[in-house]
Design a protein. Sequence first.
Length: 326
Amino acid sequence: MTSQTGERAAVPPLTRPEMGLAGVGALAAAGVGALGLISSFDAVSLAAARWGFGEPWMLPVGIDTAIPVFTVANLLLIRMDMALAWVRFVPWVLTLVTCGLNVAAGSGVWAKVAHGTMPLLWVVFSEIGAHIYAVRIGAAIGRRMEKIRFSRWLLAPLSTFALWRRMTLWEVTSYSTALACERERLLARADLHERFGRGWRRKTPRRERVMLRMGELAPATSTPVKPDPEPVQAPESTAPRPPRKGPSKPKPAAAQRTAAELLEEARTLAAEWSDDAVNAEALRKALRCGSASARLVRDALLAERAEARSLHAVDTAPAEADGVAA
């Protein structure tokens, strides 16, 4: 079954030719960046000599060495999930200082441009590497927040800002999950409008309004399972009916599925679904039940999957320990 949340496919790993091309590009970038740092050595040394430095070479060596040191420190902090926002700007500030010294050393306009451009190469390449590293680490640990498409910002700026705000407030890092929550929120809002009419904002209980802001209509524990609507029977004909022979038999009541039956049926239907695809709207259509029943079944099904994953992690930990002991 196709996922209804627009789940993104995972980025495929780089092939061997692509890995080779990336390696060549990284080596070339390191070489070009090193040339930029070396080219600024003479200009900064001359400036330091004019300023009265006893050892002029210490100024360019200290600044140019601090640039890669802070770049590596930023990458290590990202790797340990301890990133500091200001650390990534230190190489930029040091590079601007180096560029300023190199521009001052140039005699003409183009000389100043050439002297100022070379040191920028290193910080540009290092920033590209830091971005790639940060994105990969953030995707691995689930802390990186996916970006919203620019076309959505263009077509619906107000609703997109509200969606981005909820993603930021509630730490929803997946864009597809945020869209699924937004669909359920709109459906819950439509249910409240249908229940309470035009003044539903005033008539809705405060607890339900808070849950609506969080993306849910009501807590799963307090949402009763509503029976499916009974089929509408055709009006009886006014024509006289022939008398029946014998005692009349009572008509059987319409079969109504309980919460346990709906959950059992949902386990079978959603066995191949991903967690993002398990939402109230999809279950309502698949089970042909009410919205409240679908939300209750969704919460129970997701809770079962989370418990199964935690039990699987606990079971595999002793097995790995036995393998290490062997």
